[in-house]
Design a protein around this ligand. Sequence first.
Ligand SMILES: [Zn+2]
Length: 416
Amino acid sequence: MARKIKDLKDTNLLGRKRLPIERVVSSEDGAYEEVVPMVKEIETETTEAREELLQKCQAIFTRTDFPVLNRDFHKKFLESPLSHKLPPGMVSLDASGPWMIYWVANGLKVLDESCLARETQRRIYQKLFGISTVGGPFGGGLGQLPHLASTYAAINALAICENVDNCWDSINKDSIYNWLLTLKRKDGGFQTCYKVGEYDTRGVYCAISVASMLGLLTEDLCKNVVQFLVDCQNYEGGFGAVSHEDEAHGGYTFCAVASLAILGALDKVNLDKLADWCSQRQFNGEKGLSGRSNKLVDVCYSFWVGGVASILEAYGYGPCIEKDALRDYILCCCQMTNRPGIRDKPGTNPDFYHTNYGLLGLAITENTFRLDKTVPHAFKITSTIIDQDRASGLTAINPVYGLPNKDLELFYKHFT
Ligand SMILES: [Zn+2]
């Protein structure tokens, strides 16, 4: 087990507070020398884009004093696809039907636990069981092959339907379990689709998350999975898509860490390096989190990386991100004011994906997380609001599953 780091001061831990590396550079004619930061010396499209984004964020911070979440405003954005046809440009998302339903419905539930009406829940399960008439596994849309990502999104979306009309009894556990076994590889990975899908930490998370929620975590299904994930941690401390030194990335890291939490095997990886890597994702100027080294901040990593930080916190490690600063980034820089919704960064437009993960990230910044070890599979990560006066009134969430805690508990109990 890695050493506990909760007693260390933030300044020792937060990678973003390291001194910038500087070099002495001579002018072309050799007439003078100046000391410049390395990053200035090797300017690229990315460093220029980062500089531009930094200016935008700092301009916003100077004119926004007390950021507040405009809940009713964003509710309109998330409700719109439930009552209106989506614009033709979104046809490219045809294979993401269950994802769209999960982002929109979950975003609404996180905004306000009572705002998913019975009629909406009814329409959600009817739509999903229209995609898979046998009750799962689920494809991205009608007539499409079942896929791990769509099945994960469908099960999450069904979990927030509060078993309306006993819809949970229509989920076909046997069919989902047998299908998961056909995707399982000897090395512990899961292919996303039967015979043709790629395999990486995302597939593992989708499979393990679904199996744990439905009470299907058998020895056969879990064999070698922990080793597969352990091998995906690289020298940076984060996790890549596949084993042995693939580039560390926020999404893959979340999938690996959440899966390890579900399997009770977090202590098998280097948690100190992981916490360090999470800290390095947060930038002092923009205050948000990036997904990889030398990339721009983006609000969705408030959940992918913030979720990892919360899981570490629940298991007694951390703090490894500055929640107040991240809250400022989400509320000041990503919350739209001239139209509803949450965008990934200043200069872009809001969408359902970033609105859902921005809200989950905001819930992470306003709570502390603790593990109840009496409940299996990381189900019972309890959260406590840090400052009631400043809190945005969001629903308590479980960072391992990206779902409201209460819904997750009910769903789990139903199937076990
Ligand atoms: Zn994003």
